[in-house]
Design a protein around this ligand. Sequence first.
Ligand code: SF4
Length: 336
Amino acid sequence: MQVFDQHIYDIVEKGLQGNGLTEEETLALYRVEASSKEAAYIRWAGQELSMQAANGTAEIHAQIGLNSTICPMNCKFCSFASCNTVRKGKYELPKEDVLEYAKIYMEEGANLLLMLTTASYSFNKLVDMVGSVREVIPADMPLLVNTADMNLAQCKELKAAGANGAYHAVRMREGVDTDIPVENRMQTFANMREAGLSLSTCVEPVGPENTPEELTEATMRCISTNPVSAGVGKRITVPGTLLEDRGMLTDIVNANMVAVYRLATGRDLRLNCSANTVMTAAAGANLAWAEVGTNPRDTVERTEHGGRGGNIKQLRKMFAASDWKVLEGPSTGWML
Ligand code: SF4
């Protein structure tokens, strides 16, 4: 019988202390085969540490996609990208629908609300939407945006309108599989910080082609941005996109990565994403996303109408199946 790798065991034990790992240690864990006994230990440890970090409590964040207008940034994995042939022309959700979605999410118990747009969405419209949504949700409910790169003035404007933060990420192979320079992403992180907007980020969208070295680099970068939530999310294959033929990670491989992220970042991060399956939610992921409206990982007009968007009820069941309680009320830690 093959002997358990002592070096990996030692790294995991160090990770379990909750103070994070070095780049070299993180790389060693990303190199472990997903089907090995060491990987099973990594997944157990990821869950153990996340349970401690969040006191056994998971969260469901709710996303409203505002538009699917063709986007010039050409991210090859995205259904909105103009380089793909998935979407056509301009499509935006009316404001009354957005407000209705926001109210429904509050009734259903979402812990945070986020509005997603393409880079082609009018910034002024987004500011107006933030202000209007802020009026129909509780004052202590975190409100985030996921939009294009932002300058300092734009960050301040969003903050003044009622936003608490943004989801923003340097995506895998940014600048190669997208038309966005990494520096623009980094500048937005800095602008957000200066304007007082909190950050939600992730190592994503990860595909089978991404190496342990790439994952390690992205993990260290995420950790250095001091986010309120982060983790690892796999790329969802969207038919008709230029990356379709690269395929998709299995849930077990994604679960390993989620656990490695947790061990690498330590106990201070309360929210580890992405709990997209029971498998990842049992390996340390305690943040899941419910989705309505437009969705870059989908091809239908509104993802809740026969698309892939998960709802809060389904996500509660997933967390129950992996032994997590779900937080009641607004997520904390976003009000800078
Ligand atoms: S991922 Fe965002 S920036 Fe990239 S093409 Fe899609 S909507 Fe545009």
